[in-house]
Design a protein around this ligand. Structure first.
Ligand SMILES: Cc1cc2nc3c(=O)[nH]c(=O)nc-3n(C[C@H](O)[C@H](O)[C@H](O)COP(=O)(O)O)c2cc1C
Length: 433
């Protein structure tokens, strides 16, 4: 019987993906102090290209040099010459060349961090409205964008997509998920505008829609354009699943080749299968909790509306789970992220039937909540260490692969947490912008 994971997938633009496995976007933190790509990215993406997935998505490549998702981002900002000059473009070409060397697709995830840019990167983040992200005091109050600035950013998304194409990336993805700028416009919690960019769902989705249309127009009809969208923000009063279905309907006519389904944001990190503040949370469906992939149930409803191919990302760890997701028809592609940080050829191993289960690691300090929780409660501190320590753990394993080394399974969560801050703060201090 032919392997369902190995089946090709034709996209509306005419490009055919060679199999159903995608390495999903993971922010690498491997840019230099002038926000340019480095040889470390070539090494990392060379390994991933050889690793068997038909599609690699880069981590956030940001379009505003002042508002980074994290220090170490690669930026492409025509307003910051070092990020678009001949040297910067040569480095992008080297990255694209390494990341496509096995004949796979490599799509650049084009993004604006919006209000989710840490204080040590910018004291002046931007957003739809001045609604501040309340997380350890680490995010400054954003300034609401003016309409002319929004229109300028729509044009910039398109310009950056053209630069990506011209430098050898074989497609682009517009990041409309996880609470970054486009996603924050979608949510009534963060978008309090009363002009044409806020209020009704159509208005809240205008920035995303205009961006996707501008990108499509700029890159032409035969170049893959993807969108990453939340199935739900999982925040009270936020972008809901019903809103998501409405936006998918609007995207149907916009020339999208692959719609990637995720969910959550910094307050509710459901994209990683984690929960955030209980007072703010919308519960995930019980049927979803028993399935290994976090957003498959939501994808089933999205499938009924969407006319473009779908990819669900988050939680896939077994061949059985992946095959049943494809057979159920709720997704066409399988987005997988964390297992690629430790085993860059995990897709090849799956396709060769060397493994049936993907590697998974647990990074935890185990403390039970006791009594009343104050902000200084050790349990809350442990939760923070667990979330950021785990995130750091994956960053640091990617950095090892980028140095041509193997991953280190013995690294503990405390060490990863400390190293996370050390790396972020020292990189932020070194930025030359
Ligand atoms: C270290 C790390 C970095 C990430 N960076 C990004 C990113 O830059 N852009 C994005 O859309 N998602 C990002 N994600 C989310 C992943 O794309 C994916 O949605 C999530 O990890 C769930 O998939 P998994 O369970 O297979 O890991 C990141 C996840 C991790 C663990």
């Amino acid at each position: 019987m032919s392997d369902p994971l190995a089946q090709p997938l034709p996209l509306p633009c005419g490009v055919v993906l060679g199999n159903r496995l995608c390495k999903a976007a993971m922010t690498e933190g491997l840019g230099d102090s002038r926000l340019r790509a480095t040889a470390k990215l070539d090494q990392l993406y060379g390994a991933w290209s050889d690793g068997g997935a038909s599609l690699l998505l880069t981590g956030n490549v940001v379009i505003d040099h002042r508002v980074l998702e994290r220090p170490g981002n690669v930026a492409i900002d025509p307003g910051f010459a070092p990020s678009v000059d001949a040297t910067a473009r040569a480095r992008l070409r080297a990255w694209a060349s390494a990341g496509t060397r096995a004949g796979n697709q490599l799509w650049m995830q084009v993004s604006h961090a919006g209000r989710q840019s840490p204080r040590y990167v910018t004291r002046r983040p931007v957003g739809p409205s001045d609604v501040q992200l309340d997380l350890m005091g680490n995010y400054a109050r954003p300034r609401a964008l003016r309409e002319d600035e929004i229109l300028g950013l729509v044009r910039r998304f398109a310009q950056v997509a053209v630069i990506a194409r011209d430098c050898g990336f074989t497609g682009v993805q517009v990041h409309g998920a996880h609470g970054y700028l486009l996603s924050s416009f979608l949510s009534p919690v963060t978008n309090r505008r009363s002009d044409a960019w806020g209020g009704s769902l159509e208005n809240r989705a205008r920035f995303l829609l205009e961006t996707v249309r501008a990108v499509r127009k700029a890159v032409g009809n035969d170049f893959p354009v993807s969108v990453k969208l939340n199935s739900d923000d999982f925040r009270k009063g936020g972008f809901s699943h019903v809103d998501c279905l409405g936006v998918v309907g609007m995207l149907n006519g916009a020339g999208v080749d692959l719609l990637e389904i995720s969910g959550g944001n910094y307050e509710q990190p459901r994209l990683l299968g984690l929960s955030g503040r209980a007072d703010d949370a919308v519960e995930v469906r019980a049927s979803t909790q028993v399935r290994e992939a976090y957003f498959l149930d939501y994808a089933a409803a999205i499938r009924r509306v969407a006319t473009m191919p779908l990819m669900v990302t988050g939680g896939f760890r077994s061949r059985e789970g992946m095959e049943s997701a494809l057979a159920g028809g709720d997704t066409d592609m399988l987005g997988i992220a964390r297992p690629f940080c430790t085993h860059p050829d995990v897709a090849r191993q799956l396709l060769a039937r060397e493994i049936d289960t993907l590697p998974a690691y647990e990074h935890r300090l185990h403390l039970r909540p006791r009594g009343r929780l104050s902000p200084a409660s050790p349990w809350l501190a442990a939760k923070m260490i667990n979330v950021l320590g785990a995130q750091g753990w994956y960053y640091q394993q990617m950095a090892r692969l980028a140095d041509g080394r193997h991953f280190d399974p013995r690294r503990g969560v405390m060490r990863s947490f400390a190293r996370y801050w050390w790396d972020d703060l020292s990189r932020a201090a070194a930025l030359k912008r």
